[in-house]
Design a protein around this ligand. Structure first.
Ligand code: MW8
Length: 294
């Protein structure tokens, strides 16, 4: 069902008329690569994401465009639909996030991590982005530190969510407005399959919070491989802990919040409203500045 949102239309004039495209690859998204480009008139630098035009790419651009005003989501400046080497492409011009990835900042901390208050502030910014999405019935579905970028490398930089390659609308196809089945026979999964898309964002949020607090993930394979049967089992059964020395001085509030997000039962798992209103997040300025160094 095509959503009746006032969808913006991509420009069909050549992007190269307005921007000079450099071959500096800034990153690789799920659906396409990101290069740097410069606006010819303002000389301003931007990030350009090149997507081969298809249904998936159109959905990514449509969903990202709808939420692009959020302060904690990478803004879309312009979208062009051009034919490039005989292929129809969607060219997405976005603000240039010169501060790099949250992943890099965590790695730069090497084996330590952030102070508990810095971690709470980072979580507050990510929660603002997820809350903006979930309240508009959109799930991101690929929340990870690599998709969280800083505007600049300054201390007051803003953290923003990007890469909507896996994003999905989560509206239920059975609402009071469209009772398309006789209620007697409608199956439970028809009434609300989508809620699990949103709750998988909360699980990822729990993993991200765990990593920014201690510098390593709650679930990992013991030989540093990507995934292993043991790791899958530990995720499915929620088998993780808060090992000393990294977690010795961490507040109970922070650990309880992680437990609420890493609940293996999606229907029991915290919702974004529970997380964003949690004291540890809401009053991140009052969170103790406990150094989380190992
Ligand atoms: O995969 C990781 C890993 C460490 C750090 C990260 C990491 C992941 C994403 C981000 Br964003 C940022 C950091 O991942 N492993 C598993 C592993 C095992 C064997 C060989 C290679 N890797 C890991 C390594 C060490 C620890 N420990 C350090 C000492 N205290 C106890 C925990 C925990 C996990």
């Amino acid at each position: 069902m095509l959503s009746l949102q006032n969808q913006r239309q991509p420009k069909t004039t050549p992007l190269v008329d307005d921007y000079e495209v450099s071959d500096t690859v800034l990153g690789l998204g799920i659906n396409g690569k990101v290069v740097q480009c410069t606006h010819r008139l303002s000389k301003q630098n931007y990030a350009l994401k090149v997507l081969l035009e298809n249904e998936k790419a159109r959905r990514e651009v449509d969903l990202h465009w709808r939420v692009s005003e959020c302060r904690h989501i990478v803004n879309i400046i312009d979208v062009y639909e051009n034919t490039y080497r005989g292929r129809k492409c969607l060219l997405v011009v976005m603000e240039c996030m010169e501060g790099g990835e949250l992943f890099q900042r965590i790695q730069d901390k090497a084996d330590s991590a952030f102070t508990e208050r810095e971690a709470a502030q980072i979580m507050h910014e990510i929660c603002a982005a997820i809350d903006y999405l979930h309240s508009r019935d959109i799930a991101h579905r690929d929340l990870k530190p690599e998709n969280l970028l800083y505007t600049t490398s300054q201390p007051n930089a803003i953290l923003k969510l990007t890469d909507f390659g896996f994003a999905k609308e989560t509206f239920s196809n059975y609402t009071l407005q469209t009772p398309c089945y006789t209620p007697y026979y409608v199956a439970p999964e028809v009434l609300g399959p989508e809620k699990y898309d949103k709750s998988c964002d909360i699980w990822s949020l729990g993993v991200v919070m765990y990593i920014i607090m201690c510098g390593f993930p709650p679930f990992y394979s013991n030989h540093g491989m990507a995934i292993s049967p043991g790791m899958k089992k530990r995720i499915r059964t929620g088998q993780y802990d808060f090992p000393d020395p990294e977690w010795t001085n961490v507040s109970k509030a922070a650990k309880d919040l992680i437990k609420g997000m890493l609940n293996v039962d999606p229907s029991e798992r915290l919702r974004i409203q529970d997380v964003i209103s949690n004291k540890w997040i809401a009053q991140y300025n009052d969170v103790p500045q406990t150094p989380l160094c190992t």
